[in-house]
Design a protein around this ligand. Structure first.
Ligand code: FAD
Ligand code: UDP
Length: 367
């Protein structure tokens, strides 16, 4: 069997790539081993009629107008600013840590300048900042670190903060004001009809064929393509020749509560120190859906299972670089996406990565 362009994976990386190449006149075959499009951003209506995210909560946020406008061709949006509370010492407190968090946790009544001065006293300056522990201690000191970050991180990654690159904890800022939004990006929206509907429109093009339930490794010997775009785990592509790259997996426990309008006050509640799960998300907050019952998901981190997170730390980066070096010799294949680039990318960053890589793909194809 012969195709012009083969795209492995129908998630953000694969779908954006497919659409761009199809519009440039190429014939594209997209395959995914799962039974649906959308990758980890896939959403669906559950048995009770509630729109859920089977692979955990996905909130779109970006500062890039270009990326927002690119996706806006395939969806309308619903304005949504995500808010998260953390259960600490019996209280539900805003995370990222802000003025309210500090005043309520320590029984204080500080204004913004007071919080800044208080943080200056408790923070433990670190230089250089290499690990996630450095990031957190440097901004809030050990007490807040232990209450909000150390336990959560141990659960989420199976590692101590000191064993993870700075970029992991640096995702969470510290604030001296009352801003309790999880993200502060310019564009914060949910796709109005959900992610899957957006993906369906993206892949709806006369030059695109989608085949689901198709594992690349079962067909790669039979299928010839002028160019392949691979969005799965990079170590699998090379038959783990340098050993396995570690990924973190999750077990998602989905529950429906009939006749319960709301389970919790905000979209997500984090449990840094209690329970085996890290957080509970209630989907109706995210989607704005009206329903007499509600659906929630608990996330239990684990080592084995579907790869959801690359694990950002130096030794993994070193191993990834070896795979990247052989990937670069494969002019016939483009590696893009969270698993193929082993990057802790958000959805918008994956779109951005595809749009920049496509310049290379077009050059390859044009000779
Ligand atoms: P994926 O979505 O993983 O798609 C890769 C696809 O390739 C998969 O469908 C897979 O089945 C397929 N594939 C792999 N190997 C093969 C093979 N051998 N043959 C065929 N198909 C194959 N980002 C945000 O911006 N906001 C959020 O709120 C957010 N929340 C998240 C919550 C969780 C729990 C997780 C895990 C991620 C979250 N993300 C969030 C990140 C987001 O999911 C990713 O950035 C994005 O979905 C990655 O897209 P991708 O196409 O690179 O990878
Ligand atoms: N984190 C934490 N406590 C929290 C929230 C986050 O320790 O209450 C740390 C933890 O290491 C987590 C990382 O910050 O994995 C990034 O958090 P984010 O919410 O961005 O994770 P994601 O949504 O990608 O799972």
């Amino acid at each position: 069997m012969k195709t012009d362009i083969l795209i492995v994976g129908a998630g953000f990386a694969g779908a954006v790539c497919a659409r761009e190449l199809a519009e440039a006149g190429r014939k594209v075959l997209v395959i995914d081993k799962r039974s649906h499009i959308g990758g980890n951003a896939y959403d669906r209506i559950d048995e009770h009629g509630v729109l859920i995210h089977p692979y955990g909560p996905h909130i779109f946020h970006t500062n890039s107008r270009r990326i927002f406008e690119w996706l806006s061709r395939f969806t309308d949006w619903r304005f949504y600013e995500h808010r998260v509370l953390a259960q600490v010492e019996g209280q539900l407190l805003p995370i990222p840590i802000n003025r309210t968090t500090i005043n309520r946790l320590y029984g204080l009544d500080l204004d913004e300048a007071g919080v800044a001065a208080w943080l200056e006293k408790v923070r433990e300056p670190r230089d250089p900042i290499r690990t996630s522990e450095d990031v957190v201690l440097n901004s809030v000191g050990h007490d807040l670190c232990d209450k909000f970050f150390r336990g959560y991180t141990r659960k989420q990654w199976g590692l101590d903060l000191s064993e993870l690159s700075a970029g992991v904890a640096a995702r969470i800022p510290t604030r001296t004001n009352d801003d309790d939004r999880y993200f502060t990006d310019t564009y914060q929206f949910m796709p109005a009809d959900g992610y899957t509907a957006m993906f369906r429109r993206m892949l709806d093009h006369p030059n695109i064929i989608v085949e689901l339930n198709t594992d690349y490794f079962n067909i790669r010997d039979r299928l010839r393509a002028n160019h392949t775009v691979y969005t799965g785990p990079i170590d699998a592509f090379f038959d783990y020749c340098y050993g396995r790259l570690p990924y973190r997996s999750l077990h998602f426990e989905h529950l429906h509560l009939p006749n319960t309008e709301w389970f919790q006050k905000v979209g997500t509640v984090n449990y840094p120190n209690d329970y085996d799960y890290t957080r509970i998300t209630e989907f109706k907050h995210l989607t704005g859906q009206k329903h007499p019952g509600t659906s929630i998901v608990r996330e239990y981190p684990k080592a084995e299972g579907d790869p959801y997170y690359p694990i950002p730390r130096q030794e993994n980066e070193t191993l990834y670089k070896r795979y990247e070096a052989i990937a670069k010799t494969r002019k016939d294949v483009t590696f893009v996406g969270r698993l193929a680039q082993y990057r802790y990318y958000n959805m918008d960053q994956v779109v951005g990565a595809v749009l920049s890589k496509l310049i290379k793909v077009r050059d390859e194809l044009n000779g």
